[in-house]
Design a protein around this ligand. Sequence first.
Ligand SMILES: Cc1ncc(COP(=O)(O)O)c(C=O)c1O
Length: 401
Amino acid sequence: MTANNTPTKRYALAERTIDENDIAELIDWLRANPQLTQGPLVKEFEATWSAWLGRKYSVFVNSGSSANLVMYYALLLAGRLKNNKVVVPAASWATTVAPAIQLGFEPIMCDSDWQTFGLDLAHLEQLCEEHDPGAVIVVQTLGVPGNMDGLLALKAKYGFVLMEDACPATGATYKGKKVGSFGDLATFSFYFGHHLSTIEGGMVSTDDEQLHDILLHIRSHGWAKDISPEKEAELAREHGALPFNRIFTFYYPGFNVRNTDLQARIGLSQMRKADWVCARRVQNQRRYEERLSGVSSLHIPANPDGVTCSISFVALAETSHQRDAIAAGLRANHIETRPLGGGSMGRQPFWTERFGARSYPVADAIHTRSFMLPNNPDISLSDVDFICDVVLSVIAEQKAA
Ligand SMILES: Cc1ncc(COP(=O)(O)O)c(C=O)c1O
């Protein structure tokens, strides 16, 4: 079945946001024989990002996954955690959860909230009572802001450190405040097709100076070259580093997850259109919601206190069978679709092989019934209408059968 029986256009879930102007600017910059490794443009991109987000510090790394890895590790190194237990969201992404395993935390899985697909706060409170976790990581699922007032109230009550994985949620807001400005630390992804892209790339943002300094060390081998010269001199004095060896003195066990000035150059051009890109994605998201939220067999996550800014629109079908039929109808019309992320991490082999299988009802529904629809800045409202028509016609055909 097709909506107009002559589908010609192809709709991909991830489209490039790097346009001809960005590329022309990059080529001009390359011709000037600039520094290609991490250098002044990385600092400029970090400062521009922090100002746009409304946070004090940001550290540019080579992916959102690396951002999550150093976010966890910085907390461990800073000695901020009352214990090594961390609550992780079932509906998230592999590398939201993986650092907890890699770095020797004890991960405890929390179900999702039916309205926002963020953390189920009733379940989280139960886990806090039972385990008193040192940290919680929340995902701002596909640009739908979670219930941040509720989450911050639990943070105050139980005293955990909050990590905010905003990798798929740039530009979303909760009560007028951008997501990624709620956690003690927050991460973003600039992978291809995300809100803004540096091809590969990620950012960790925080208002905490000590965490920022640790992040600068562990991004780059554990050395002190990126912190202020005064702080480096202080460390060198404290540790008795030989003057000639100071440059290669490693104060923390670090990684190398740096990004480059080339990527930062792209990031800076992307920042100039950040508000436009986000506004387009919000507009398309709203059109999807207008067209599909009244449909009884679909469930669409939303937060009345926030603005959803998605890279793909997500909905749950009534059944897995209906989801498969919708997916087939979409593909027949050259519209790409996938489940939401990896669905429930509680059903992924890397988790079940270590911690066993358990049911997380909302995350399980996301696993078995979710499907995503394209939402790129270049998709028009009539494209959204066409995609919705395809979804609605499959549902109508199913009901009639
Ligand atoms: C919630 C979440 N966290 C982390 C990531 C990882 O980002 P990256 O692909 O840049 O490593 C993603 C990727 O989409 C994500 O959705």
